[in-house]
Design a protein around this ligand. Structure first.
Ligand code: NAD
Length: 492
């Protein structure tokens, strides 16, 4: 197998006040590896009382943590970063084991998270605040301050990277952070908690609380939690956003996506074909930046067929990972069946792909290409979240843009072209938050921030980069006048 199994079943507990404690509900689930279906661990779900225990410990830790100079908090983050690098192989293996990613994909996710850590560790040099003499003898100064106890709720598809979008910045600006990872992938979060403790984060500064929807609702309503970062499906993002903001909290909730690639007639074949295949098959299509809709403009060069040929060469278990669970496979198979019934042609069919050797009990699906779809079909509109590319053939660039603009989502739109004018035209008109030009997965790298628009993001600002700094902190303004300074000023 591509991944190494843990020597014993992993018992995922909550990290509360620096201690690993069992949740009190008695509810929980076994964790099956998507690679072969084997049980690799178990997680208990937390009640509102369990959440409260973690939050109260975080509240107690907050004053001392917030009073620590920013530079010292950044040094601790660097120690945490060092430990993640030291344990990169092991951590990537855990990510792959529980999420089904290939080891390379798992490692790339952790490395992307490390880049956010680099950004957060640079804050003492970047964010000097500011002071100005606003009237004679009167100075106004701004100070960036933490919010208090904050929480991050994360999805299954990036067990390390998505939490790492949040906690490096949230902690370094001085908050105490409570992580609620997806109940489908709790092992990585436990390991991150262990490494945080090993790095020397004081008890209560970094907590992990496992659970499902009930736990999330307790977090969204807890009166002592000041801000909630959420990443997951759009329906859950909306529910959490409404609940958290109704309880008076800041919320930034990133949701699902249906990302389009516009394939212009002049696209460079070498740059295009494999990039598009990698975009929709990477992480077995289970990523919010995967392109799942190809808007092929006047394709007389057979690029769509070449993309289909390259997709047919992808091998589950080698160049592609597994799906998260049997429900995902069922949902995708049903969506492909429906598309076929509605008139789409299945150019490449991954429904009955064989499992790789040793992965017989795993959740495998091959790359699938659906051609000749129309804009109204479910496969062209809905987020399928699997290795499925829906191709819609259009005559003009404006027709392609109209389809993309009709989507309720707004994470990414890419264009493949050799024309600067076409690239600019698409870049200016598409309403997605992240645009790719000859890039199939246009994830901005730090210091550029990550965030979509419309149903792909509720709340203001972005989750990484300066957006993250602003979300997890507040600006305090201090206006000062000293008795020795001249009286002739409008400030009393
Ligand atoms: P999910 O919505 O099922 O779960 C995400 C988190 O929300 C989990 O921690 C889960 O316990 C919790 N949750 C689930 N249902 C809930 C509900 N009704 N109320 C409150 N909390 C709930 O998402 P998932 O299946 O784990 O992840 C896949 C989804 O995440 C896809 O839609 C994908 O596009 C999206 N995603 C988006 C981004 C982005 O940046 N926009 C990044 C990664 C994943």
């Amino acid at each position: 197998m591509l991944v190494t199994l843990p020597s014993a079943l992993v018992d995922c507990r909550n990290l509360v006040d620096g201690e690993w404690v069992a949740s009190s509900t008695g509810r929980g689930r076994d964790i099956h590896s998507p690679y072969d279906g084997r049980v690799v661990g178990r997680v208990g779900f937390s009640s509102a009382a369990d959440v409260d225990r973690a939050v109260r410990a975080a509240e107690r830790a907050f004053p001392t943590w917030a009073a620590m100079p920013l530079r010292d908090r950044a040094r601790l983050l660097l120690r945490f970063r060092e430990l993640i690098v030291e344990h990169l192989d092991e951590l990537s293996n855990t990510v792959a084991l529980e999420s089904g990613k290939t080891p390379d994909e798992a490692r790339a996710g952790v490395q992307r998270g490390l880049e956010v850590m680099d950004f957060a560790a640079s804050l003492p040099n970047a964010d000097a605040g500011g002071a100005l003499e606003v009237s004679r003898g009167v100075t106004c100064e701004s100070r960036r301050e933490p919010l208090g106890v904050v929480a991050g709720i994360t999805p299954f598809n990036f067990p390390a990277m998505v939490p790492m979008w949040m906690f490096p910045i949230a902690l370094t600006v001085g908050n105490c952070f409570v992580l609620k990872p997806s109940e489908k992938v709790p092992l990585t979060a436990c390991r991150l908690g262990e490494l945080a403790s090993l790095a020397g984060y004081p008890a209560g500064v970094f907590s992990v609380v496992h659970g499902d929807r009930e736990t999330v609702e307790a977090i969204a309503e807890h009166p002592a939690i000041q801000a909630v970062g959420f990443v997951g499906s759009s329906a859950a993002a909306r529910a959490v956003y409404v609940r958290a903001t109704s309880a008076g909290k800041r919320a930034l909730c990133l949701g699902g996506a249906k990302n389009a690639i516009i394939l212009a007639p002049d696209a460079d074949e070498r740059l295009t074909v494999q990039s598009i295949v990698d975009s929709f098959t990477g992480c077995a299509g289970q990523r919010c930046m995967a392109a799942s809709l190809l808007l092929a403009v006047d394709d007389r060069r057979g690029l769509v067929e070449k993309i289909a040929d390259a997709a047919a060469r992808m091998v589950p278990g080698e160049t592609m990972g597994a799906l998260i669970d049997p429900a995902a496979k069922e949902r995708l198979t049903h969506a492909i069946d429906e598309a076929e019934r509605a008139g789409a042609k299945v150019l490449v069919d991954g429904r009955r792909t064989a499992a790789p050797a040793g992965g017989e009990g795993g959740i495998w699906m091959g790359a699938t290409v659906l051609d000749g779809a129309t804009a109204g079909m479910e496969c062209a509109r809905a987020e399928l979240f699997g290795p499925v590319l829906t191709v819609l053939r259009v005559r003009t660039l404006d027709e392609a843009l109209a389809v993309d603009l009709g989507s309720p989502y707004g994470n990414a739109t890419s264009v493949f072209t050799t024309s600067g004018a076409v690239a600019r035209y698409v870049g200016e008109r598409a309403r997605s938050g992240m645009i790719g030009v000859n890039v199939g997965v246009p994830v901005p790298r730090d210091p550029f921030s990550f965030g979509g628009t419309r149903d792909s993001k509720l709340g203001h600002g972005d989750i990484t980069g300066q957006g993250g700094v602003e979300f997890w902190s507040t600006l305090k303004k201090i206006t000062t006048k000293w008795a020795l300074q001249p009286d002739a000023t409008w400030m009393s």
